[in-house]
Design a binder for this molecule. Structure first.
Ligand SMILES: [Zn+2]
Length: 493
C-alpha cells in the first residue's frame, strides 16, 4: 500500500508513465534527464501560474562555523547573472503584474513567482538562468551581508520570543544542526564571505538537487515542453549527495530553562519534545502526532487543553504544534500562557495534570472524529488553491518524501485510530528528550530568584507527561527576505 523509497533509476522509469494509477486528478510528474524532478498541478480556474524551484539544501546542511550561509545565498540569488542585472528578476516580475519571493528553511531553499500564465516562459527563463549563471559582484556581497545582519536584528534580536525560540532549539538538539538558527548566529554571519557563498552555490545549486513545481493554468504537455527548453540544458553538478547530518544521541536528561526579558508582558511556558518526522513509506507515526497535536491544542474551544485550561480560566492561551515535514527528527511542542498572577509552578502542575489525564483516558472517539474532520477540511481548503498544493508537493519532495508519500498522506491521516494516538502520546509525553522553557517578564525574575523552592517543585513534577510545543516556535517558520516583507504573506496561502 505504501511505497518504499524507490531507487532513482526505478523512479525515473515509473515516472515515464504519466498515467500512474494513484496520481490525483490534475497532478503529473516527470524527471528530466539532468535529474530535475518536476511536478505539474493543472488548474485552469484562473489565468495564473506559480513557478517554484525548491533546492534540497538548507540551513541544516551548513558546515559548523558557517551558520546563515543558506539564507545569505538565498539573498544573493537576486544579484543577477550575465543576462540579468542585480534586482532585475524581481523588477521584471513586478512589471509584468506578478510577484516573487524566496524562503530558506532547515531542509530547503525555495524561490517562486506567481504571474499571468502567458508570462510563464519569461519567469522560467530567468529562474533557470540563475540556477546556473549566478554572478556575485565584488560590491554586492558585503552590502547583502549587512542586509541579512539587519534582518537578524529586526526579526530575532528585537523579539524576545524569537530569541527564546532560538535558545530552546539550541538546548533541544545536542548534536543535530536543527539546534542552530536558520538565519545564523550573529558572529558567524559577520564572517561569511563571497567565497563561502560561491562555494555553497557551486556545490548545491544543481538540477539534480532541485524540484520544479508548476501550478495553475498550464497543461502537462506545455509544462514539459517549457521545462525541457529552459531547465533541460543545465548540466547536473555531479551526483546528488545523500543528506547525512549529525544525528541526536539518546537524550536522557529533561532540560529546563528560563529567559527573562523586560519586553515580555505575560509569562509563557513552552515545552518541546524530540519527535519523529514523516519518512518515505513510513508516515503513520507522524500522522498520529499530527492528530495528537490537533487533539491537545488545535482549538481553544474544543481541544483537550483548550477545554481544561483555557475555558476554565486557568490559561489565557494554550496551543500545540507539530510539523512532520522535515528530513530528520523534529519537535512536538505544547505552549501555555497561564492566567494572570498564576505561579509558574502551578501552571506547570495544571498542564501536567491535564496531560497525565489524557494519557490515562486516551482520546475520546468523538474528539478524534471531530479533529480528523477539521484536519480534512483544512486540507481540502488548502488544496483548493494550486498554490497550496504546490507547497504540499514542493515541501514533501524537498524533505525526501516521494510523490506517492505526498499523495498518500491524507489517507494515512484519515486512518489514524485512537490506539495510534494513544501509542504516540505515550511515547512522546513520557520521553526524556524534552525542554521545558519559561519566557518571563523582568519582575518575575526577581520573584523566581527569591523562591528556590519553586524551582525544586517544578523539577520534581517531572514524571508527568509533558508534551510541549509552542505553536509559534515549534514549527520553525521559514525565513523570508525582509526586502519583500509585504509579499511574504503569499507564502502562507
Ligand atoms: Zn532574508
Amino acid at each position: 500500500m505504501h511505497h518504499p523509497v524507490l531507487p532513482t533509476a526505478l523512479a525515473l522509469c515509473l515516472t515515464a508513465f504519466p498515467a500512474f494509477a494513484e496520481m490525483p486528478e490534475g497532478i503529473s510528474h516527470f524527471t528530466l534527464p539532468n535529474g530535475l524532478e518536476t511536478v505539474v498541478i493543472e488548474d485552469h480556474r484562473a489565468p495564473v501560474v506559480v513557478q517554484m524551484v525548491w533546492y534540497k539544501i538548507g540551513a541544516a546542511d551548513e558546515t559548523p562555523g558557517k551558520s546563515g550561509i543558506a539564507h545569505y545565498l538565498e539573498h544573493l540569488m537576486f544579484k543577477g547573472t550575465d543576462k540579468l542585472e542585480p534586482g532585475e528578476l524581481s523588477k521584471t516580475v513586478t512589471a509584468n503584474g506578478g510577484m516573487d519571493n524566496a524562503f530558506t528553511s532547515y531542509d530547503y531553499t525555495a524561490y517562486f513567482q506567481r504571474i499571468a500564465s502567458d508570462r510563464l516562459p519569461l519567469v522560467m527563463e530567468m529562474e533557470s538562468d540563475r540556477m546556473q549563471n549566478l554572478k556575485i559582484g565584488e560590491d554586492d556581497w558585503q552590502a547583502e551581508r549587512q542586509v541579512v545582519l539587519e534582518e537578524r536584528a529586526q526579526r530575532v534580536d528585537s523579539d524576545p520570543r524569537a530569541l527564546f525560540s532560538e535558545e530552546r532549539d539550541a538546548v533541544q538538539f545536542y548534536n543535530h544542526p536543527y539546534g542552530r538558527p536558520i538565519i545564523g548566529w550573529r558572529q558567524e554571519m559577520e564572517g561569511l564571505t563571497r567565497e563561502d557563498a560561491i562555494n555553497w552555490y557551486d556545490s548545491h545549486y544543481s538540477p539534480n538537487e532541485a524540484v520544479l513545481i508548476l501550478a495553475g493554468d498550464v497543461t502537462p504537455e506545455k509544462a514539459r515542453e517549457l521545462a525541457e527548453k529552459y531547465y533541460g540544458p543545465i548540466p547536473a553538478k555531479g551526483q546528488a549527495e545523500p543528506r547525512v547530518r549529525p544525528q541526536e544521541p539518546a537524550q536522557k536528561s529533561p532540560r529546563r530553562m528560563e529567559m527573562h526579558d523586560a519586553r515580555v508582558a505575560q509569562p509563557t511556558l513552552i515545552r518541546s519534545y524530540l519527535a519523529t518526522e514523516r519518512n518515505p513509506g513510513d508516515q503513520q507515526r507522524a500522522a498520529a502526532l499530527t492528530v495528537l497535536s490537533e487533539l491537545l491544542g488545535g482549538s481553544m474551544q474544543t481541544s483537550v487543553l483548550g477545554r481544561e485550561l483555557a475555558l476554565t480560566g486557568k490559561a489565557i492561551w494554550v496551543g500545540a504544534g507539530y510539523d512532520g515535514l522535515a528530513v530528520d527528527p523534529t519537535t512536538f511542542s505544547i505552549s501555555m500562557v497561564p492566567a494572570q498572577d498564576m505561579s509558574t509552578e502551578q501552571a506547570e502542575q495544571l498542564l501536567d495534570q491535564s496531560l497525565a489525564k489524557f494519557l490515562e483516558t486516551g482520546p475520546d472517539e468523538d474528539d478524534l472524529e471531530r479533529v480528523k474532520t477539521r484536519i480534512r477540511a483544512a486540507r481540502i481548503y488548502a488544496r483548493d488553491s494550486a498554490h497550496g498544493r504546490a507547497y504540499d508537493y514542493g515541501q514533501g519532495l524537498a524533505t525526501g518524501l516521494t510523490i506517492e508519500d505526498v499523495n498518500d498522506w491524507p489517507n494515512i491521516l484519515a486512518s489514524v485510530t485512537a490506539q495510534d494516538v494513544r501509542a504516540a502520546a505515550q511515547d512522546l509525553l513520557t520521553s526524556d528528550a524534552t525542554v521545558t522553557g519559561w519566557l518571563l517578564p523582568e519582575e518575575t525574575q526577581q520573584q523566581a530568584k527569591s523562591s528556590p523552592a519553586q524551582n525544586r517543585a517544578a523539577k520534581s513534577a517531572r514524571p508527568v507527561p509533558a508534551s510541549r510545543t509552542p505553536a509559534s516556535d515549534g514549527d520553525r517558520p521559514p525565513l523570508r527576505p525582509a526586502r519583500n516583507a509585504t509579499t511574504a504573506d503569499e507564502v502562507q496561502e
